[in-house]
Design a protein around this ligand. Structure first.
Ligand code: GTP
Ligand code: MG
Length: 452
């Protein structure tokens, strides 16, 4: 008995517009292929075409569309009034109760030759372009945003990430609901709501509910963050698959997930640097960036990354062995700018250097003189990085004296957590401590000691 559902096959479609060179175009398609594989689909081919814009009713020109339809078994023309097969992906998106995101049942199709059931477009396309493509190809059509939203949906673990992703998903689905139900106004539906209006109202209500729940969580998070405000914090940020979680593991000895797939990490994790520094340094691992990131997901990054935004130092991780690392760097910079993190001091980490030839390393050094070249897999490199982090904080620290009255010994722990105690003395007023720490942390301790 066959119990495993067959792996869905997908064909990729990419348009190369003026200004995008061959290398960038090929890299974008390759990345889409990896995204699609992360969803569990098999990529069986690519149709790519040079065009002036990603426009037109069907994205592709007539000839290429026919070529695509020949592969998928469609008619190649949009004109047919036959209702397209409803997209499984779309059904999943519409399935608001979130039952089984991973279950993937492909229709039993016994007689069929293995034709790709999915057409996946490497750009954001309008709902009507998707519908036209579905009509012409007979396949289910997803665009880049749809793929990314779906991956986020499957990988979200924390309650906050789940709520954010559900929001992004509903916003993605809502306009497509309208179009897929025949487009525009529902004529002749007398009094009362049509199914479509009902669905859209449900979505609106659900969005309002999600927004409220998220605000609650974010208020809690803000409180927790403000309690950590003056701690020594670094955040690993950068393009997806650059090696952030690998560095997190190496720096903190934690067991965060490392995987050779895109968007392995969706939640921010915070752990302390190991062996522990004094005062303790907290390291955050964060969600990765990707090009053409859907806008609603950028918004959700903003809150997931709020943690990182409060770091004193961003470790900006790049996969230096990737031929398109420059554009990955640019995408990451843009997202950071968009979420307001560009003001935080940062160090560029050119990671996976073990995969880079000596000649290319020299070129990287010349191009990025301030960057740190390293491999997350090299213990020496990780030790050196740890020292760089500690040196960064040391440079910002100041020395001061705290007087801890005998009546306030309860604050001792707080002193030890937020500063390094250099020496201790006692006199009639209390415990006198020479300490070293960040100016903000010391000022806060002084205030706590002065308060009655
Ligand atoms: N050769 C080599 N591989 C590395 C290095 N750093 C990470 N990798 C590999 O790159 C892949 C991605 O690593 P992760 O640490 O999961 O990357 P990430 O930046 O956390 O990725 P996302 O969470 O998906 O954004 C894994 O297969 C790692 O083993 C390195 O320095 N050298
Ligand atoms: Mg990760």
């Amino acid at each position: 008995m066959e119990t495993r559902p067959p792996v869905p096959r997908a064909i990729l479609v990419g348009i190369q517009i003026p200004g995008v060179d061959d290398v960038a175009h090929a890299a974008s398609i390759e990345e889409l292929g990896r995204l699609v594989k992360t969803l569990g689909y098999e990529v069986v081919g690519t149709i790519s075409q040079k065009r002036d814009e990603i426009g037109g009713g069907t994205v592709l020109g007539k000839g290429r569309l026919e070529e695509l339809a020949a592969i998928t078994g469609g008619t190649g023309v949009v004109g047919s009034m036959a209702t397209p097969r409803k997209s499984k992906a779309r059904e999943r998106f519409e399935d608001a109760d979130e039952k089984q995101p991973n279950a993937r049942q492909t229709e039993p199709d016994p007689a069929a030759a293995p034709k790709p059931e999915f057409v996946i477009v490497d750009h954001d396309i309008s709902p009507s372009q998707a519908r036209n493509l579905e009509r012409a190809t007979g396949a289910q059509v997803l665009d880049r945003t749809g793929v990314i939203v779906e991956i986020f949906h499957r990988h979200a673990h924390s309650r906050e990430a789940k709520l954010q992703v559900e929001m992004a998903r509903l916003k993605y689905v809502s306009p497509r609901l309208r179009e897929s139900s025949g487009g525009g106004r529902q004529q002749g539906v007398g009094a009362g709501e049509s199914d479509l209006e009902l669905d859209r109202r449900k979505i609106r209500d659900r969005l309002a509910e999600l927004k409220e729940q998220l605000e609650d969580i974010q208020r809690d998070n803000d409180q927790r963050r403000s309690a950590r405000r003056d701690q020594l914090r670094v955040a690993l940020v950068g393009y997806t698959n650059a090696g952030k979680s690998s560095l997190m593991r190496a720096l903190t000895g934690s067991e965060v997930l490392v995987a050779d797939k895109l968007f392995a990490t969706l939640d921010t994790t915070v752990r302390s640097l190991q062996p522990e520094a004094k005062p303790r340094v907290l390291v955050s691992d964060t969600v990765g960036f990707i090009k053409k990131l859907p806008h609603d997901l950028v918004a959700s990054f903003r809150s997931t990354l709020a943690e990182a935004l409060e770091a004193s130092l961003l470790l900006f991780v790049v996969d230096a062995s990737d031929p398109t690392y420059e554009s990955q760097l640019e995408v990451s910079r843009n997202v950071l700018r968009e979420i307001g993190a560009d003001a935080v001091p940062s160090r560029l980490l050119l990671n996976k250097i073990d995969r880079v030839s000596e000649a290319d390393r020299a070129a990287l050094r010349a191009k990025h003189p301030n960057a740190i070249l390293l491999s997350a897999k090299s213990p020496e490199d990780v030790t050196a990085l740890r020292e760089t982090i500690i040196a960064f904080f040391e440079a910002a620290m100041v020395e001061d004296q705290l007087v801890l009255p005998y009546a306030k010994q309860g604050l001792l722990n707080e002193v030890y957590e937020n500063a390094r105690v250099l020496s201790e003395d006692y006199d009639s007023t209390g415990r006198i401590m020479k300490v070293r720490g960040l100016p903000g942390a010391i000022a806060r301790l002084q205030r706590a000691l002065a308060a009655s």
